[in-house]
Ligand binder design. Structure first.
Ligand code: SF4
Length: 421
């Protein structure tokens, strides 16, 4: 390719980390900045690390273990997995975030990932850190074991799809509605092994919290990464986390080459919901009004941030959950929980009839803390609604924004949050 042609965000980051040009389609060996595992996939990583005879973790990267998916542990077997991970962290000196600290992707955003970095984790939603301008992706447990030892891994540099978001998100329409709309438009395999690179006037105005939500779900369109530029909004977010020094600006070149461009006018978006049992089975809320919901779940790495708690509290303030609808809330991290308590959001939700779970994955993956009954429906702010996702293949899972979730908790059926905003 002509060297004069500009580079996408993916090409810039992978080029920087591999010391070369890193054009789409190239195979590169890249230096990893941050590698992490969580408690469902991490035990296999540890066993593979040990079976390979690796002596320790590479000095060149930050390594972390998170106990978040089954936290606190609901079973003997999972408790033993937690012990294995704690021992591994103790033996190798890697960081550990224990039960109650929060979901890995939220803590990575709050405390670890930096713009321009390369992040890998043994969890598909590692893509979340793309909201900060990091090239972040999930990998298999064994691949992460190798990264932990070598501090490097190989990539085929992905082609990029430019997602140009014009207009402005407003009111009760949020980043969650944007990404659900996009996945409904391109399909669950619409960006397979490509980078979704977001830009445009609406992106310029989006908070980092919303960018993280959008990047989090890039994998639901099959994308290798979901990437946002790093700008003054990013700097402000990092400043709020006490790490402004981690900021670095990052934008794609104006003449970067994209596989294609998808345009979305954010001003025309409606609150959107994914219906059972596929993320790309989307519909505007207006088409689903009246669908009965037995449980609402607000939280997860997709929508468990302070801004999400604020949106839910805004609707729930002075209202009660519907008597036939349970309301379960799990802030994504200890930090979010503390800030939501200080802001009064937790009190509002408790008064509305919510159950507050400890920070972590909670009911998201159906292990505990909110498993659905046969034939029940849940509207969750999570990122997946595959059959059985919330622990029961005879249940039905809908995905929506925190505002849509809160409005639906009040009425007991899928409802338009704009009527409560
Ligand atoms: Fe996975 Fe849900 Fe945990 Fe996110 S909150 S890491 S999607 S289980």
């Amino acid at each position: 390719m002509d060297e004069a042609v500009g580079r996408t965000l993916a090409e810039k980051i992978l080029g920087d980390k591999s010391g070369g040009e890193a054009r789409a389609g190239d195979i590169v060996i890249a230096r990893v900045d941050l590698a992490f595992v969580q408690d469902t996939t991490g035990p296999l990583t540890v066993r593979q690390f040990q079976a390979a005879g690796f002596q320790g973790i590479s000095d060149s990267l930050c390594a972390a273990v998170f106990l978040d998916h089954a936290a606190p542990s609901p079973s003997q077997e999972l408790s033993n997995d937690h012990m294995l991970l704690r021992d591994f962290a103790c033996d190798t000196g890697c960081r550990i975030y224990d039960v109650g600290d929060g979901v890995c992707h939220q803590i990575v955003a709050e405390s670890l990932a930096r713009p321009g970095e390369l992040v890998v984790g043994s969890d598909s939603h590692t893509v979340t850190a793309g909201g900060l301008g990091a090239f972040a992706c999930g990998m298999g447990s064994t691949d992460v074991a190798v990264v932990l030892c070598l501090g490097r891994t190989w990539f085929r540099v992905p082609e990029s799809i430019r997602v140009l978001v014009t207009g402005q998100l407003a009111g009760a329409v949020s980043g969650k509605d944007l990404i659900l709309h996009l996945i409904g438009q391109v399909g669950a395999d619409g960006a397979t092994y490509q980078a979704l690179e977001f830009g445009g006037s609406a992106v310029d105005q989006m908070s980092v919290a919303q960018r993280l939500t959008v990047a989090n779900m890039a994998i639901e369109a099959g994308a290798k990464a979901g990437l946002f530029p790093s700008d003054e909004t990013t700097r402000e977010y990092l400043r709020e986390q006490g790490r402004e020094d981690d900021y670095k600006p990052l934008t794609p070149d104006a003449d970067a080459v994209y596989e294609r461009t998808v345009e979305i006018d954010a001003s025309r978006l409606e609150p959107t919901v994914s219906c059972p049992h596929a993320v790309d089975n989307t519909a505007p809320v207006s088409e689903l009004k009246g669908t009965k919901i037995q449980q609402v779940y607000i939280g997860t790495c997709t929508n468990g941030r302070l801004e999400d708690m604020a949106a839910a509290a805004r609707i729930l303030k002075g209202r009660q959950r519907h008597p036939q609808t349970r309301l379960v809330v799990s802030p994504a991290s200890r930090k979010v929980l503390l800030e939501a308590m200080t802001a009064g959001y937790i009190g509002i939700m408790l008064h509305a009839g919510a159950v507050i779970l400890p920070p972590g994955c909670g009911a998201c993956l159906g292990m505990h803390q909110g498993v659905l009954g046969d034939g029940e429906s849940c509207l969750t702010t999570a990122n997946r609604n595959f059959q059985g996702r919330m622990g029961n293949p005879k249940a039905f899972v809908y995905l929506g924004s925190p505002a849509t979730a809160a409005a639906s908790a009040v009425t007991g059926e899928i409802s338009d949050p704009r009527e409560f905003w």
